[in-house]
Design a protein around this ligand. Structure first.
Ligand code: FAD
Length: 661
């Protein structure tokens, strides 16, 4: 096998979004030589697209806010499935992370008296989202990048080189986590997208911060990078994923024109007063307030409208229910024939705010609709519908250290990590999650690396050879051994006889995968459809192994997609298997055949593990699949945190034995 370039670092951070950059800053500040590696250009991570804001209980707009209220809202939003210690740390530490950003140069919008302004969002009791118009993610990334550059300038002064202690490898994709013979992390295997060159970054600590999985679904707000790479990398390294059935469908994506279907319409539109109406002009959300939230939401339009001016004496409008509730309501209205012409519902700000306020508070939305749909949102309603937006499931991590379970030296933070948001994330809680747990991951990765100084784990050459062979397979899809697995229903050995079968087109497989997940494991799920999805995934998995590309390794998007397919198919199987197993409806998982939340499921986590613990894929049975599902009981919620809720409320969520305890 060819010799690949190897570099030594203390900590490697995979991903340069909010979580990755915050982790890298912390690791470098703790003295670790840190490499950041990202698939896109530096600064182009998904975080940059975040619009509405970052949730932190600073109490700037309503002094009633504090970490306990934020914790309560987050647990309610997640229907109590949240890893409660993460929700606690997040609520306690988010304000410090926002103030820290300000000291690093972030320019947030201000209140009249000069404090960081905070806006309303679904599920948050008080105005809590610090924001920069509707371009908050851009400011967050800009600030973190600026901080990285300032650290590199310090390094130049101290050591003569900008990149001696903190280096960014942009447009490079990691395909495997490497381990030593004791199962400890030893680094990553990657390729440069431009040249196709392979290389290895050796390090005893790796932080995965690769974001989400949305590109497995047809209608999504997510960008091209969200192919579930980090989820798959962790799984293949032997770390389990937790609660992958929980996928958030944001209620408001664009539905028209078809070329932009799925692009996000920020929740700030509703936070700032926008209302949802059906084709009959009715504000239908009043009909969809579930029992667990009845006391907290307005019963009439008049009360809901008064809340914007006087939140202390009125209840909030139901347009601001958590996202899962609003998405299901829109879905139901469309299904009942009360949808808009293009299969959504109407979201209107034009009758709620003067045009110049709309343009000032929602500048991106104004331009997005004007340019992409020729709709002037200051004069007419938008048409919106649910879009796949966020994955709550992810790498199972230790709450305090962000260490991935079962693989020493592996850490995960940001959207790729599971647990924090339970069954449904509240808007704004992702940006704060990135900073709180990005920092913690960087800190503990640096400590872990320091503890191994002098005895660094090393991956053997066989692993590198296997990683290189796996990455090159699409160039020889018809070659010997390219496909020895039968398709479902075919006899063992049939594939070898089918020598004349042409290679599969990765783009075609991707489209079929997206359609399958959208139609069969989407916003409303049914047993028979999920079983059908698993059969289809098994077929696609076999065909994906024959996905072939032409040309060479220099910037070859078909090749890149062929490699991403492995990851998307793995995470899709996790979603489908876990969704089939959980026979209740909760947060981002709605079963038509089990429509109620079942308290007996509250203390149950579903873990996905690789069926082949060595991280191999080809050897697994294509029909049985690549994933093994394990049920696990969650640790009891700490009594002082339970005491933050009324007993009557807990009765709605907790399992009987938990209440008894
Ligand atoms: P990302 O920011 O996506 O970064 C992932 C990084 O990993 C990228 O650098 C990518 O190149 C890299 N990567 C991926 N795979 C590989 C690989 N194999 N090898 C190397 N690098 C890899 N949340 C809020 O809290 N508030 C909001 O207002 C908000 N608005 C949103 C608006 C939109 C349109 C969308 C789509 C999301 C929004 N969210 C919001 C959610 C939030 O933006 C994301 O959850 C969050 O940014 C994820 O950050 P991250 O650091 O985990 O991942």
């Amino acid at each position: 096998m060819s010799v690949v370039d190897r570099q030594e670092w203390d900590v490697v951070v995979v991903g340069a979004g909010g979580a990755g950059l915050r982790a890298a800053i912390e690791a470098r500040e703790r003295g670790a030589r840190t490499a950041v590696i990202c698939k896109s250009l530096f600064g182009k991570a998904h975080t940059v697209m975040a619009e509405g804001g970052i949730a932190a209980a600073m109490g700037n707009v309503n002094s009633g806010d504090n970490w306990q209220v934020h914790f309560r809202d987050t647990m309610r939003g997640g229907k109590f499935l949240n890893q409660w210690r993460m929700a606690e740390l997040h609520a306690r530490e988010a304000p410090d992370r926002v103030w820290e950003l300000e000291t690093w140069g972030a320019l947030f919008d201000r209140t009249g008296d000069g404090r960081i302004s905070q806006r309303n969002f679904g599920g948050h009791e008080y105005p809590r989202l610090a924001h920069v118009g509707d371009r908050t993610g851009l400011e967050l990334i800009r600030t973190l990048q600026q901080k990285i550059v300032s650290l590199q300038q310090e390094d130049k002064k101290d050591s003569g080189g900008y990149e001696t202690r903190l280096k960014v490898f942009q447009e490079c994709t990691v395909t495997r986590i490497l381990k030593d013979e004791r199962g400890r992390v030893a680094g990553v295997f990657a390729y440069e997208r431009e040249s196709g060159r392979f290389f290895v970054l050796q390090a005893p600590a790796v932080v995965i911060a690769t974001g989400g999985i949305g590109k497995s679904f047809k209608v999504t707000s997510n960008s091209w990078e969200y192919t579930g790479d980090g989820h798959a990398l962790a799984l293949l390294a032997g770390a389990p994923l937790v609660n992958m059935e929980f996928v958030q469908f944001h209620p408001t994506g664009m539905v028209w024109p078809p070329s932009v279907k799925g692009i996000l319409v920020t929740e700030s539109v509703r936070g700032d007063g926008g209302v949802l109406r059906n084709s009959a002009g009715e504000r239908f959300m009043f009909d969809y307030v579930p029992d667990v939230f009845k006391e907290k939401y307005a019963e009439s339009e008049a009360e809901g409208d008064r809340w914007y001016e006087d939140p202390d004496h009125n209840r909030r409008p139901p347009e601001l229910l958590p996202r899962d509730e609003v998405a299901r309501a829109i879905n139901a209205e469309v299904k009942a024939g009360r949808g808009s012409p293009h299969g959504g519902v109407f979201l209107d700000v034009s009758t709620r705010m003067p045009a110049e306020v709309i343009r000032r508070r929602l500048p991106s939305m104004y331009h997005q609709f004007k340019e992409l749909a020729d709709v002037d949102i200051t004069a007419e309603p938008m048409e919106v519908g649910p879009t796949c937006h966020y994955v709550m499931g992810g790498v199972a991590v230790d709450s305090d250290t962000a260490a991935a379970r079962g693989v020493p030296g592996l850490f995960a933070a940001g959207e790729v990590a599971g647990g924090m948001h339970g069954s449904n994330r509240l808007g704004g809680n992702s940006l704060s999650d990135l900073l709180v747990f990005g920092r913690r991951a960087g800190l503990h990765a640096a400590e872990h690396a320091a503890s191994l100084a002098g005895v660094r784990p090393v991956a053997d050459d066989a692993q590198l050879d296997a990683a290189a062979a796996e990455a090159l397979r699409p160039f020889s899809a018809e070659g010997p051994g390219a496909d020895e697995s039968p398709l479902p229903g075919e006899a063992e050995g049939a594939a070898r006889v089918r020598g004349d079968r042409p290679p599969e087109n990765p783009y075609g497989i991707h489209q079929e995968l997206q359609q399958t997940m959208n139609d069969l494991v989407g916003i409303i799920r049914r047993r028979a459809e999920m079983e059908q999805a698993l059969e289809k995934l098994a077929e696609l998995r076999v065909r994906a192994r024959r996905a072939g590309v032409e040309g060479h390794r220099q910037f070859n998007p078909g090749w890149h997609l062929a490699l991403d397919l492995r990851n998307m198919l793995l995470v899709s199987e996790c979603v489908a298997r876990a969704a089939l197993e959980r026979t209740e409806s909760r947060g981002g998982h709605t079963r038509e055949d089990h429509p109620e939340m079942d308290n007996a499921w509250r203390p149950v986590n579903l873990l996905c593990r690789p069926a082949d613990p060595t991280g191999g894929l080809a050897a697994t049975d294509p029909v049985r699949g690549q994933i093994e599902l394990v049920r696990e009981t969650t640790p009891p919620i700490r009594p002082d945190l339970l005491a933050l809720f009324e007993k009557e409320e807990l009765v709605k969520y907790l399992a009987e034995e938990e209440l008894y305890e």
